[in-house]
Design a protein around this ligand. Structure first.
Ligand code: PBG
Length: 329
């Protein structure tokens, strides 16, 4: 013992457990697993289409044939699930291509089922990709009308479940939609299909690149009349509580990075599995800064995903899923 030491004998020294890589691995509290990952994919009309999304390098609008190939790779990487977003050939005021049994997502689901991949198919249920005005429901004047929208979301969910979706994920933020979708599924004999509810979805600037990818930018106004105010944490817990009461099996917090406190609060309060959506803007910022040489992309990517898990998420929807799965042990 160095007599000159300014610390007392027996003083706590937490650094002892950081002294080497093996010890650090042994005491690591949080780990990312392949099973935690869900990859979002965008499906578009045509064949042989694989169009890179400019603001989301490494992500593509895929025609169904390409989607099947991509999904095969995803399954081979050990990623358990994908979530599908559709870009329809036509849009109208009521988003009818969203609940058309011959629409882009039902066709994609049937093709994927036929491919018999070891992969769960999650269908995002919303109308914003299918309406010509880009809002998440039908309009009365300039407002999204809640109850008529919920009725259409019920139809959309049913069509997707019947086409082969393994999990239904409503992302619209209308009141009462989880309960209605559960009722529709149950009365049609689809009691076994889980609902993953975008329960606390905030009106966020982080969705910008996604709207370019899904061609779903609102033509006027914004989504603050249905998505949540970023200032509200207690309200997020109330939204989650309601969705669980209505029958949600999994709940989601979205976005993830700027809302880690919501994930943590939900983790402490609710026993249900929690998914967090590491959204497009969170991805694009990392990619852009990395392209400029300003950050260490891999290090920051891993740090972000780990932080989302540490906050309490069980599952992470992320555009990084493939690259991360490639390097996970
Ligand atoms: C559709 C939907 C959005 C996202 C997922 N589902 C966009 C929005 O609400 O405008 C965003 C995902 C992302 O940014 O990665 N309602």
């Amino acid at each position: 013992m160095d007599k000159e030491s300014v610390l007392e004998v027996g003083a706590p020294r937490p650094r002892r457990l950081r002294s080497g890589p093996l010890l650090r691995r042994m005491v690591r509290e949080t780990q990312l697993r392949r099973e935690d990952l869900i990859l979002p994919l965008f499906v578009c009309p045509g064949t042989g289409v694989r169009r890179e999304i400019p603001s989301m390098p490494g992500n593509y609008q895929l025609s169904i044939d390409q989607l099947v190939e991509e999904s095969r790779q995803v399954a081979d990487l050990g990623i358990p699930a994908i979530i599908l977003f559709g870009i329809p050939p036509r849009k109208d005021a009521v988003g009818s291509s969203g609940y058309d049994p011959q629409g882009i997502i039902p066709q994609a689901l049937r093709a994927l089922k036929e491919a018999r991949l070891e992969l769960l198919l999650i269908a995002d249920v919303c109308l914003c990709e299918y309406t010509d005005h880009g809002h998440c429901g039908v309009l009365h004047g300039e407002e999204v009308a809640n109850d008529p929208t919920v009725e259409l979301l019920g139809r959309e969910a049913l069509v997707y479940a019947q086409a082969g979706a393994d999990i239904i994920a409503p992302s619209d933020m209308m009141d009462g939609r989880v309960g209605h979708i559960r009722l529709v599924l149950d009365t049609q004999g689809l009691t076994h299909i889980p609902i993953m509810a975008y329960a606390a979805k905030f009106a966020s600037g982080f969705y910008g690149p996604f709207r370019q990818a899904a061609e779903s930018t609102p033509q006027f106004g914004d989504r603050r009349g249905y998505q949540m105010d970023p200032a509200n944490a207690r309200e997020a817990l109330r939204e989650i509580e309601l969705d669980l009461r209505e029958g949600a099996d999994l709940i989601m917090v979205k976005p993830a990075l700027a809302y880690l406190d919501i994930i943590r609060a939900a983790r402490e309060r609710f026993p249900a599995p929690i998914a967090a959506y590491n959204v497009s803007g969170e991805y694009s910022m990392v990619k852009a800064a990395a392209q400029l040489g300003w950050i260490d992309e891999v290090r920051i990517r891993d740090e972000i995903l780990l932080a989302i898990k540490r906050a309490g998420a069980d599952l992470i929807l992320t555009y990084f899923a493939k690259e991360v799965a490639r390097v996970l042990p």
